[in-house]
Design a protein around this ligand. Structure first.
Ligand code: SF4
Ligand code: SF4
Length: 83
């Protein structure tokens, strides 16, 4: 039973690889108004907002929360797959 759960998890990981492997978060600075919402919701403090938002790429886990919360849709996922 336990091994079946492990195998099922492995299958899901292979079928749906974690987004951090292929979808870096990008900010459209022409759209961002510096409201700070993304900085507030980021669970790992990977966004700093002064006049505009800036992602600290080394800290970002690509969870996508900031993308959902940005009121101006200024945060994007880069869909280019890294190889
Ligand atoms: S939530 Fe959107 S508009 Fe606000 S600072 Fe972040 S990226 Fe800019
Ligand atoms: S994707 Fe997640 S970890 Fe990365 S900046 Fe946005 S909220 Fe933070």
């Amino acid at each position: 039973m336990f091994i079946e759960k492990i195998l099922a998890l492995d299958y899901r990981v292979m079928a749906f690889p974690p987004p951090e492997c292929c979808m870096p978060v990008k900010i459209d600075l022409d759209i961002c108004d510096g409201c700070g919402e993304c900085e507030t919701v980021c669970p790992v403090l990977a966004i700093v907002v002064k006049t505009k938002a800036q992602v600290i790429e080394e800290a970002c886990t690509k969870c996508g929360i900031c993308i959902e919360k940005c009121p101006l849709s200024a945060l994007l996922l880069d869909s280019v797959v890294a190889v």
